[in-house]
Design a protein. Structure first.
Length: 365
């Protein structure tokens, strides 16, 4: 194997693989990237055994094809530090990957490509084609509420359901719930839980794409094709909770707030909230809501937030972080906070829409 590539092309491809490369290095080869050359392109693949990403780039010159594996981190660091605009020559000589530039030469150790574990996924028949920006928004509006290292492993991911011409994304950490919907022309039907790490990688891969994304899904795995990369992931084996039961319904008291102003008020008041519980108290009235906080040092903060309120007066407390994260993901200027009682979860939605919607459990006062 011997090729010449532009510095920018190989660094761009390596950056895509780094998030997937196994950090704990339970197997030495998982710290490596599979480097393949064929048909005037190079192809890089990284895996942590739970997910896999493959991307490719053009060659400036092809002397001979071949494949090997070498340290993703070292190859990336080396190529990244080479001056912009340089051409990089890579050649395989025995168990060494030799790298040459205008003024330098470097030699990296390799491991046999035959030992590299590659996913073999049957990902259903016809792909679901969806605008990348729509899938990106679906993930953005829900992923922040995923569980993180929860003993209930099925909470540590995003539940994706495709049914009846609608895609639904749901996340929860048992303290809050996020739900977002998207219409689709597809008649595909599926539901499964995509792991947290895979969702975070998918969000990155979709961040700069304006074209279409292709999703192939079966009971155990998912494949996402977007741009010039293919991402594959195992799904979490488990049953997601019946989230519909958690969404409050019936008659509610509605507080209509300006998202930016409300978020800024929460930020100021929460400075003096308890470091441990992050609790803030809301007391509603006909012309707005009184927001207060205190901490074990007996420091206090209070602000009155003028707003339109329709319903009975309530005294309720929440973890301010949960409210702040929802505010930061609201795409509208205003938001409706629906209260169903001082000891019940509240429902937050954009005006006149039920997607995305968020449920937050109250704290005990």
């Amino acid at each position: 194997m011997e090729i010449t590539v532009k510095k920018e092309d190989i660094v761009s491809a390596l950056n895509i693989t780094l998030g997937v490369v196994e950090k704990r290095q339970t197997l030495p080869i998982l710290a490596n990237v599979l480097f393949e050359v064929a048909e005037n392109r190079f192809k890089l693949t990284a895996t942590d055994l739970e997910s896999e990403v493959t991307t490719s780039g053009p060659l400036s010159n092809l002397e001979s094809s071949g494949k090997t594996t070498t340290s993703a981190k070292k190859l990336n660091e080396l190529c990244r530090l080479i001056p912009d605009g340089e051409e990089i020559n890579l050649s395989l000589n025995g168990d060494k990957l030799n790298i040459k530039t205008t003024h330098g030469k470097y030699s990296l150790s390799t491991l046999p490509s035959a030992d590299f574990p590659v996913f073999d996924i049957y990902s259903g028949d016809s792909p679901l084609i969806i605008p990348a920006k729509d899938l990106r928004e679906l993930i953005r509006n829900t992923s922040f509420a995923m569980g993180n290292q929860d003993w209930r492993h099925y909470l540590n991911g995003l539940y994706l359901s495709i049914s009846g011409g609608e895609i639904t994304a749901v996340t929860t950490d048992a303290h809050r719930l996020a739900v977002a919907n998207l219409s689709t022309q597809s008649d595909n039907s599926f539901s499964g839980i995509i792991p947290r790490k895979s969702i975070n990688e998918m969000a990155k891969f979709l961040s700069d794409e304006d074209g279409d994304a292709e999703l192939k899904i079966n009971e155990a795995s998912l494949e996402l094709a977007v741009g010039n990369l293919i991402f594959k992931s195992k799904l979490i084996d488990g049953k997601f909770p019946d989230y519909q039961q958690v969404i409050p319904s019936g008659e509610s008291s509605v507080l209509e707030i300006n998202v930016k102003d409300f978020s800024e008020t929460l930020s100021r008041v929460s400075v003096l909230s308890s470091e441990k519980y992050k609790g803030i108290r809301l007391i509603t009235s006909t012309d707005g809501v009184r927001i207060s906080a205190n901490n074990p040092e007996q420091e206090e903060a209070e602000e009155f937030f003028p707003a339109s309120y329709n319903g009975e007066e309530l005294d309720i407390a929440f973890n301010v972080t949960y409210l702040q994260e929802i505010m930061s993901h609201m795409q509208t200027d205003t938001c409706h906070i629906n209260f169903f009682g001082s000891d019940k979860s509240c429902l937050l939605t954009p005006p006149g829409s039920d997607s995305p919607k968020y449920v937050v459990m109250p704290l005990l006062i």
